[in-house]
Design a binder for this molecule. Structure first.
Ligand SMILES: Nc1ccn([C@@H]2O[C@H](COP(=O)(O)OP(=O)(O)OP(=O)(O)O)[C@@H](O)[C@H]2O)c(=O)n1
Ligand SMILES: C[C@](O)(CO)[C@H](O)COP(=O)(O)O
Length: 235
């Protein structure tokens, strides 16, 4: 591999919507923590040289001992503390990348266990062409935009609606510069990294297919779905 590509895996969230005592990224599915599955994919991928794991201040040692060392994730070069919001944790990861050679960066939710090598390949191929690519899937549902009183404002044509996943893959210099810029502004509406590139650069973000199995573990029923994927699918 000639490129130096880094995965930033985010695991610093509180998991409030899961309503569990244990943070959702550390809950087990089929005997392994949620976080284990995506780290394993990056560890095994020939496209990835380094992994930066971003977690809560209080869980840095736990991640080092009980996840990185225990499962032999040798590509993890640092386990660092994230921040209050997802974009703060991403920024901590991007700053840590400046200490290692980094061409492309794969920003990934540690709460999305079901990524595959094929998805990484599809995303990276488009990023090499465009500088920025996010995984997602065409929406199966009709989507309505609502007003503040829960009335329908408009209905986007479904053929053009995708629901967005991670990894989101960028040229490192592009995403770092975009995050540097946006941090001086109000970021309260920022829910993914593509938005940062959309708002701060003229670069068009490409879409590549992830998969309908690439769910984010968010609420309790997602754990049943994840168990079923592992039991009946060929993950
Ligand atoms: N300050 C934060 C917030 C989120 N994340 C990570 O970003 C991913 C996607 O976020 P989400 O599903 O919203 O996770 P939480 O913020 O933990 O969930 P909730 O909103 O229910 O509290 C997760 O892997 C989460 O750990 C993070 O690293 N740092
Ligand atoms: C980045 C993301 O996973 C794309 O779907 C999502 O936006 C994260 O959002 P959340 O508010 O942290 O659930």
């Amino acid at each position: 591999m000639t490129e130096n590509n880094t995965a930033i895996v985010l695991a610093a969230g509180q998991g409030k919507r899961m309503q569990s005592k244990i943070q959702k990224q550390f809950l087990e599915i089929q005997g392994y923590p949620v976080l284990y599955y995506s780290l394993r994919c990056f560890q095994e991928s020939p496209l990835i040289r380094n992994i930066i794991l971003v977690t809560g201040e209080k869980t840095v040692s736990y991640c080092k001992e009980e996840i990185v060392d225990k499962y032999g994730f040798t590509k993890v070069t640092s386990v660092i503390a994230g921040g209050k919001e997802r974009y703060d944790s991403v920024y901590a990861g991007l700053c840590a990348c400046s200490e290692i050679p980094c061409d492309y960066v794969f920003i990934h939710d540690g709460a999305r266990p079901f990524i595959t090598e094929e998805m990484l390949e599809r995303g990276l191929e488009r990023t090499r062409e465009t500088g920025a690519c996010v995984l997602g899937m065409p929406s199966k549902d009709t989507v309505k935009l609502a007003d503040e009183n829960a009335f329908v404002k408009s209905t986007p044509e479904r053929n053009y609606v995708w629901t967005i996943q991670t990894p989101q893959i960028f040229s490192y210099s592009l995403i770092k510069t975009a995050h540097d810029k946006i941090r001086r502004k109000d970021m309260s509406n920022i829910t993914d990294d593509a938005m940062v590139v959309e708002q701060e650069t003229g670069v068009k973000v490409a879409l590549a297919k992830g998969s309908y199995q690439n769910i984010k573990i968010t609420t309790p029923e997602d754990l049943w779905i994840a168990e079923a994927f592992l039991q009946f699918g060929k993950m």
